[in-house]
Design a protein around this ligand. Structure first.
Ligand code: CP
Ligand code: NVA
Length: 294
C-alpha cells in the first residue's frame, strides 16, 4: 500500500508527533547536513497547476537537501492541459518518480491522481485542504511552546482550506482549534473544532491567533463581497490584546496587510509568520522521509 498525504488524516497522533520531532531535528541539524542522503537516488515530481512561492521552493529545496532529484512541472506544460487524463498522468509518473507532490484547483483531481498512482501523492494545496501548511504550523507552535497538547489556536476569517487542515491536523496533536467566521464563510463541524461568529470570543485565552487571505485562489470573482463580509474579522492589535499574554500570530502567507491582518500585527514581535514559512521546508522534509522510508 502506498501512503498518501491528502488531508492529513493519513497519519495517527503518534506518527504525527514523530514527524514533528524529525522536522525539528532536520531544522537544528540543517547546517551539519542532517538528512543529507536520506532519499538519495529518488526522484520527486512537483506539479503546480496554481501559483506558489513557499510550497514550490520549500519542496524543491527540501527534496534536493534530502539527496533526491526534484522535477518541477507547471500544469500548463504537461499533457493534461491538452486533455490527457489525470489517471494516465498518475500511471505514467509512477513509472518515473518515487512520489508526486501536486497543487491543484480541483481536490477531486488530486484524489483521483492518488487512486491511480503507485507512488505516494502529497497534496500541495487544493481548494479544500492544505495539510503541508498545517504541519509547518504545528512545528512552529512546537518550537514556541514545547508541548502542543492543550494549546488553543484561534483562526479568524475565511473558513477555508487552511482552516480545515488546521482543524484536522490540530485535533491529532491535541490543539484546541477555534474558528471565528461570519455566516457563509464558516467551516463545517467536525474534528473537534469549535465554531463561533465572534472573533473576540475565539481570541480569548488563545495561545496563537491565525488568519489567512480573504480571497483564496479561485475566489477572485467574489473579491468585493468577501472584503466587505470579512472586514470585522481582521486580525488587528485589539484582537491580539484579547489573546493570552505571549500569544503568537500565524499566517500561512501570502499576506495582504490592511485586509485580513494589519501591518502592525503582521510585523509585530508576536508574529511568527516567517519562522512558519521556513518551517514548511523542515516539516515537508520530515513528511517525505516518513512517506518514502517507511
Ligand atoms: N502558504 C503557501 O502555501 O504559500 P504559497 O502559495 O506561496 O506556496
Ligand atoms: N487559502 C489560500 C492559501 C494560499 C497559500 C488559497 O487557497 O489561495
Amino acid at each position: 500500500m502506498t501512503r498518501n498525504f491528502i488531508t492529513g488524516e493519513e497519519f495517527g497522533a503518534f506518527e504525527l508527533g514523530k514527524l514533528l520531532e524529525r522536522g525539528a531535528e532536520l531544522k537544528a541539524g540543517r547546517g551539519e547536513g542532517v538528512g543529507r542522503d536520506s532519499l538519495a537516488g529518488k526522484s520527486i515530481a512537483l506539479v503546480f497547476q496554481r501559483p506558489s512561492t513557499r510550497t514550490r521552493i520549500s519542496f524543491e529545496v527540501g527534496v534536493a537537501e534530502l539527496g533526491a532529484t526534484p522535477i518541477v512541472l507547471r500544469g500548463d506544460e504537461m499533457q493534461f492541459s491538452r486533455g490527457e487524463s489525470v489517471g494516465d498522468t498518475a500511471r505514467v509518473l509512477s513509472r518515473y518518480v518515487d512520489a508526486i507532490v501536486i497543487r491543484s484547483g480541483s481536490h477531486e483531481a488530486v484524489v483521483e491522481l492518488a487512486e491511480a498512482a503507485d507512488v505516494p501523492v502529497v497534496n500541495g494545496l487544493t481548494p479544500l485542504h492544505h495539510p503541508c501548511q498545517a504541519l509547518a504550523d504545528l512545528l512552529t507552535l512546537r518550537e514556541r511552546f514545547g508541548d502542543l497538547d492543550g494549546l488553543r489556536l484561534a483562526y479568524v476569517g475565511d473558513g477555508n482550506n487552511v482552516a480545515r487542515s488546521l482543524a484536522i491536523v490540530g485535533e491529532l496533536a491535541g490543539v484546541e482549534v477555534v474558528v471565528a467566521a461570519p455566516p457563509g464563510y464558516q467551516l463545517e463541524e467536525g474534528h473537534g473544532v469549535k465554531l463561533t461568529g465572534d472573533p473576540r470570543a475565539a481570541a480569548d485565552g488563545a495561545d496563537a491567533l491565525y488568519t489567512d487571505v480573504w480571497i483564496s485562489m479561485g475566489d477572485e470573482i467574489e473579491a468585493d463581497r468577501r472584503r466587505a463580509d470579512l472586514a470585522p474579522f481582521r486580525l488587528d492589535a485589539d484582537l491580539l490584546a484579547a489573546a493570552k499574554d505571549g500569544a503568537i500570530v500565524l499566517h500561512c502567507l501570502p499576506a495582504h496587510p490592511g485586509e485580513e491582518i494589519t501591518e502592525e500585527v503582521l510585523y509585530s514581535d508576536a508574529s511568527a509568520v516567517f519562522d512558519e514559512a521556513e518551517n514548511r521546508l523542515h516539516a515537508q522534509k520530515a513528511l517525505l522521509e516518513a512517506l518514502l522510508l517507511a
